[in-house]
Design a protein around this ligand. Structure first.
Ligand SMILES: [Zn+2]
Length: 146
């Protein structure tokens, strides 16, 4: 299943980012997925549930935002949103269009729980949002890798 290997890469990236930030757990993972990718959000949920136990992402919320497909007409410069099957420019009917968005998939942000090392500050709820870039090659991370 395609989504399984994708999710494995995402979990690796998220764990590395969380680990580097000194987090003890991940509470939320936000993904953006282009509608052009043919990735099925339900299958991503399933893959997340299947693969996250035992990782820092165990118990985290997975939130998927779908990115609309957008193209630009090379003839009249019109920009428009469309579905996977309709490429033509709605203004001039040209099929000479260029895809601007919809084929990407990236980790938008993750929310992590930090360890409680400064209890005297008292005010923090221990949650912090950090932003990571697109799925990248896993970096080495001391300790946590199986
Ligand atoms: Zn056009």
């Amino acid at each position: 299943m395609h989504e399984m290997s994708l999710m494995q890469g995402i979990l690796d990236s998220v764990e590395n980012a969380a680990c580097e930030a000194g987090a003890i757990a991940v509470s939320e993972v936000r993904l953006s997925i282009g509608q052009m990718t043919e990735i099925v959000p339900d299958a991503m949920d399933f893959a997340f549930e299947a693969l996250s136990p035992g990782t820092l992402c165990e118990g985290a919320q997975l939130k998927v935002t779908m990115i609309a497909i957008r193209s630009k007409c090379n003839v009249c410069d019109h920009e428009f949103e469309h579905d996977r099957y309709h490429w033509g420019c709605p203004k001039c009917d040209s099929l000479a269009t260029e895809l601007l968005a919809g084929r990407e998939m990236y980790i938008e942000s993750i929310e992590v729980e930090m360890s409680d090392e400064e209890p005297q500050s008292g005010q923090t709820d221990g949650r912090d949002a950090i932003v990571v870039n697109a799925v990248t090659e896993p970096l080495s991370c001391a300790g946590e890798r199986a």
